[in-house]
Design a protein around this ligand. Sequence first.
Ligand code: NAD
Length: 483
Amino acid sequence: MVSRVIPVDVFDLVIFGGTGDLARRKILPGLYRRFMAGQMVAESRIIGAARADLTDESFRQQVREAIAEFVPKARQDATAIEAFLERIHYVAIDATGTNGWAALKALMRENVVRAFYFSVAPSLFGDIAQRLSENGIADAWSRIVVEKPFGRDLASAKALNEVLAKHFNETQIYRIDHYLGKETVQNLMAVRFANILFEPLWKAEYIDHVQITVAETVGVDGRGAYYDKSGAMRDMVQNHLMQLLCLIAMEPPYHFDPDAVRDEKLKVIRALKPVTHEDIVRGQYGGGKGEKSYVVHSENPASRTESYIALKVQISNWRWQGVPFYLRTGKRLRARASEIAITFKQPPHAIFDDASGWHENVLVIRLQPNEGMNLMVMIKEPGPGGMRLMQVPLDMSFADAIDDAEDVPDAYERLIMDVIRGNQTLFMRGDEVEAAWAWTDPIIQGWEARGDKPQTYDPGSSGPEDALMLMHRDGRRWREIRE
Ligand code: NAD
């Protein structure tokens, strides 16, 4: 099966922070891949805007180097790269001053989609929004894309929403959460709502529990000072894990339409029960054996910031009554693996005896590596050995379903194309972000007020010991973290 590529409208995309790390690693290489795929039509343009005093040519050289470093060699086509670079321009701009805004205005074209990617620190969002509108660079059809973190608590998220709302309508604001751009995450909605098979079972009556794991092997080296002010709860749970939880738990929207989907996600966030302190385990990776610990990486010997968190979350509504959602995420863990696992209950009456080898049905949605889904089902073990059961996966991996998995766009590519199409379904709405912080704030305030210290865990392990207990005391076990 070959994936279809539908070209998007002609656009001028301005990347504020075009010389930054995110632009270099993700946004610019991603746009090149969309250009290669024929989705970015040739008349479209990309305009880098940042502080450095560069010419078009010197910025193009930076883009050339970014493509060389971050696009697989097999996809690097010299002719295509040069054609792509012709679509690239640069404006030196001061987000907080007056320099560069007239030049940017002069460069923008009429009658094309105008999109502005704020790939800069959130403290600059307000300044840029204000200058775009005051200088008449953004119009009522323009879109802005804002990066994470969207606030560090409810008050700061509200302040950011208010500042953006002064210059843009909600329908123009695209708050990016790249987890929503992942193929599998979107497939979760297709599997749930385009099949009759799963939805009847998707409730407390048939589901025992849900596990969401986002495990990383990297530590915070290089960005320790930033991370130390954040921690796993703010950096991962409030946004990425919360979004995954919403897609699993939400009611079927009346239509696959941005507000219908986001309304349903919002209802889930609002139905989350407050988490008690017994249902949270925080961890911080230690060092030793040549490994540097979290406090060394963060350069803060007294740090109480968590690089790992596990929590048991409950949703107060009919569908999910009594079904725990166990969430965990951490750095310096044994493998880089992200997955959602939905464990179903036992059949109401067991006809096979205890020695038969029975296991629960589990639907595993893998986000990385090897995006795909597996449905673990029981069959009879082949052969004449009597009625023994064995668990086998019904494997739905995308690499097999699509001719050339390398051509599957990554999350950023997909989301940027959605911005150009004007489709906000996979972007967080302002009220969703605020509701997520409203749930997160008291949890963080609780441990800050008590002065809780995270538990140390070994680098390369599965996390702190107490996280195992979070499941064991409920008679359940975490799935193994493995690639
Ligand atoms: P960076 O520090 O590498 O780049 C910052 C960019 O902002 C540079 O291009 C710089 O010239 C520009 N800039 C700074 N001050 C400016 C000013 N006054 N006027 C005009 N331009 C100015 O940052 P980054 O890592 O690329 O991150 C950008 C945004 O993306 C941040 O909000 C960050 O939280 C978010 N983000 C980054 C990553 C990542 O992997 N790097 C991942 C997720 C989210």
